[in-house]
Design a protein around this ligand. Structure first.
Ligand SMILES: Nc1nc2c(ncn2[C@@H]2O[C@H](COP(=O)(O)OP(=O)(O)OP(=O)(O)O)[C@@H](O)[C@H]2O)c(=O)[nH]1
Ligand SMILES: [Mg+2]
Length: 732
């Protein structure tokens, strides 16, 4: 067996010449065989035995991953591969397929230049296949295709040779359609995958063999042989004659661009600084001699070593003892340790060079998305996620003495998984932890209770609602408690088309005068008129505050306070203290006291929040609920009981089709009704239903449930079941 340290030693030498580097992510729908495929690459490096390759799932090192047989965390490894006498360094990230961990895939795509899209040929293109493929394309990451589980076609489905060929053609064309629609324009044609040029491979990760057009010419093992070897149950010979790792590495080296090639077109998309500056040029050219610049894509907290940040190095090189800064945060550190991840293990290395994926220790408080550099540079574009947490649990330490430990542990979880959101209820001290789905929360709980050993009281899952309005508000004159200041405002719903764009652009926070031109530009692109875009003060939850006053002399001095009130009011709406989404607050006019002493925070903030609340209550406010799209595969025999189960959960059928003995149902369902669905679906199908869910977005809760849910949330939060009326806000 080869030692990981020895691989890292060679990697250290190879990484300086990035012509010989490839950064790849393995992506797919859940269970299509990513981790099994990775095993093959790892075994080829001698890090695990050939016998265990495809069975060990080396990259699923976390106890819960092994236990459940799924990948939860993206995991990195650096491997050396020889092709035609030349050594290549392959930095590989195995990503999870379950949608609850989709954030990991998005972050991994920033670090790599190519994606191996694995498709279980029995299932074909599944929802998450499409999602991850789109995510790769959006990041200018080039896809190649690997058809996995070909053995199952022959041995389980028992289809004939011609049908096998037809299936390949059908799925390739489906994938190419997605590429055509979603690839950046310049790559739509160039990135089409084809059998002829080896950008499509076929094989069985579990049985360690694969073929491509080139491999067939070299080994003389063609599709017919594959079919026959599988049929007679001799895949071992197939694996000897046409080993998967060799074939896949051939595909990767041939088709995935090296970092020098990739950064030329990727850097202008993910970094909006000046490309003619010293750092701009260095990143475009992947120059190891330029200033150091790395984007953090992953953080793990090591109980002994502290924060370990992993990311893509776009330029420069860091050596032991160099000083690096956490961009925009005024933090510096002398770097004493760097490492490469080898699956579960972190192996020290002397330095890290441009074009590679590596880890740095010693920079505290760095989060995924941050830039680390040798000097202040423009930050990288944020990750392109458009999913929101939809479900929450409330946790408390069983033993109050453990509260400080819980606070630290939760902080660590958030650092490691940016898709977890945490709010602390100041009244009760309980932590409200929000995530992408039930499984996601289950994992967080496991980490706190099992890994960090904090026994918890945990609430049943709580759904996160939004508040919105359905018409324009009345004109509101809000008065400050001392009656010296007044604001005239009107609130409108953001038009649906504009709201769509705002969600896509993810604009949030204050807009600084003369500084945030790009945000104003984006607002205009979303459909906000130029004059209004220029007067937008801030955005929060896709809601806006726009200053339409004219000639109010002191308005600039209270701007900060008004924005703060806007943030508070849109974080906790008047109906049920849920987020308020998709409103525009127009400040039409204002009367302000001459003397600054009479228009301090205690006057302006409550005046404005109450004004906003009053306005919202006159605009027919409603509750929006999160929905998920469900993809359910179920044997035909269980259709009856499954349909019954679904009907009780307010689902909207989108599509239903039969494939062999199975029916595939696609529906949209409220998250509220999906709590406990796992268990019910298992019961309704004797465990035979397979289902995945995908974030869909927020839609109005049905009329007949509005009042009930408002009362429910308010009671849970310790308020009166009835929200206040508009007048009540104005009387105070
Ligand atoms: N028959 C057959 N089974 C396979 C093959 N490749 C993988 N499997 C099985 O498919 C299951 C899922 O494999 P994984 O490698 O864990 O899949 P994954 O894509 O990493 O799954 P997630 O990371 O959880 O999304 C395992 O039981 C594998 O043994 C194959 O080529 N043939
Ligand atoms: Mg996996």
């Amino acid at each position: 067996m080869v030692r990981k340290e020895d691989v890292v030693k060679i990697a250290g030498k190879l990484m300086d010449d990035s012509k010989f580097v490839r950064n790849i992510g393995i992506v797919a729908h859940i269970d299509h065989g990513k981790t099994t495929l990775s095993d093959n690459m790892i075994a080829a490096n001698g890090l695990i035995s050939q016998e265990l390759s495809g069975k060990q799932c080396f990259m699923d090192s976390y106890s819960l991953e092994q236990e459940r047989g799924i990948t939860i965390n993206a995991s990195n490894i650096s491997l050396i591969s020889k092709i035609d006498g030349t050594d290549y360094l392959i930095n590989l990230i195995d990503t999870p397929g379950h949608v609850d961990f989709g954030g990991d895939v998005i972050r991994a795509m920033r670090a790599v230049d190519g994606a191996v899209v694995v498709i279980d040929i029995v299932e074909g293109v599944m929802p998450q296949t499409e999602t991850v493929l789109k995510e790769a394309l959006r990041e200018y990451v080039k896809p190649i295709l690997f058809f996995n589980k070909v053995d199952r076609l022959v041995n389980e489905l028992k289809i004939d040779f011609d049908e096998m060929q037809r299936r390949f053609v059908k799925v390739i064309s489906a994938v190419n359609q997605i590429i055509l629609k979603n690839a950046p324009e310049e790559f739509r044609d160039k990135w089409q995958v084809k059998v002829q040029d080896d950008s499509v491979g076929f094989g069985s990760a579990y049985n360690n063999w694969a073929v491509t057009m080139s491999s067939m010419q070299k080994t003389k093992i063609g599709f017919k042989d594959v079919y026959e070897f599988c049929q007679k149950g001799d895949q071992k010979t197939l694996a000897q004659k046409s080993p998967l790792a060799e074939v896949l590495i051939g595909m990767v080296v041939k088709h995935i661009p090296n970092p020098i090639q990739a950064q030329k077109y990727r850097v202008p998309k993910i970094w909006k600084g000046d490309l003619t500056s010293e750092e701009g040029k260095a990143m475009l050219n992947c120059d190891p001699n330029g200033p150091f610049a790395m984007m953090v894509t992953d953080v793990v907290v090591d109980p002994h070593a502290g924060d370990v940040v992993t990311g893509r190095i776009f330029s420069g090189r860091v050596n032991k003892g160099d000083e690096l800064i956490l961009v925009g945060q005024n933090k510096k550190a002398k770097i004493q340790q760097m490492a490469l991840f080898m699956g579960p293990d972190r192996i020290p290395i002397d330095g890290l060079s441009a074009g590679n994926i590596g880890s740095i220790l010693g920079l505290k408080e760095a989060y995924a998305g941050n830039a680390i550099a040798s000097k202040e540079i423009q930050e990288f574009e944020q990750f392109m996620t458009n999913v929101e947490p939809v479900i929450t649990m409330s946790v408390e330490a069983k033993d109050p003495k453990q509260l400080p430990k819980l606070i630290e542990a939760v902080k660590q979880v958030v650092k490691e998984d940016p898709n977890v959101r945490v709010n602390i209820n100041p009244d009760t001290g309980e932590h409200l932890i929000s995530g992408m789905g039930e499984l996601h929360l289950e994992i967080v709980r496991y980490r706190l209770e099992h890994d960090m050993k904090i026994p918890l009281d945990v609430s049943p899952p709580i759904v996160l609602y939004n508040e919105a309005i359905t018409k324009q508000s009345q004109l509101i004159w809000a008065k400050s408690p001392n009656k010296h200041n007044k604001f005239k405002m009107i609130i409108q719903p953001v038009p649906p088309a504009v709201l769509e764009k705002l969600k896509e652009f993810k604009l949030n926070g204050k807009i600084r005068e003369n500084k945030d031109e790009d945000k104003i530009q984006k607002l205009m692109e979303a459909g906000i008129e130029k004059e209004e875009a220029k007067k937008t003060w801030a955005l929060n939850n896709n809601s806006l505050i726009i200053n339409r006053t004219r000639g109010v002399i002191h308005i600039g001095e209270v701007k900060e306070l008004l924005v703060q009130a806007f943030m508070e009011a849109t974080n906790e709406g008047p109906l049920a203290k849920e987020k308020v989404c998709g409103i525009i607050i127009y400040i039409e006019d204002a009367i302000l006291h001459e003397d600054a002493i009479h228009r301090g925070p205690a006057q302006i903030i409550p005046c404005m929040t109450r004004g906003i609340y009053a306005g919202l209550m006159t605009a027919d406010p409603i509750i929006l609920e999160p929905k998920q799209k469900l993809f359910i595969t179920i044997p035909n025999d269980f259709m009856g009981s499954m349909t019954k189960e679904l009907q009780s959960r307010r689902v909207q059928m989108e599509d239903m089709k039969t494939e062999g003995d199975d029916t595939i149902i696609i529906t949209k369902a409220p998250v509220r009704e999906l709590i406990g669905f796992s268990a019910a679906a298992r019961a309704a199908s004797q465990g035979r239903a397979i289902w995945t869910a995908e974030y869909w977005g927020y839609e109005p809760l049905p009329k007949e449930l509005q009042k009930k849910v408002v009362a429910e949330i308010r009671t849970r939060k310790g308020m009166d079941p009835e929200p206040k009326r508009a007048e009540e806000y104005m009387d105070e």
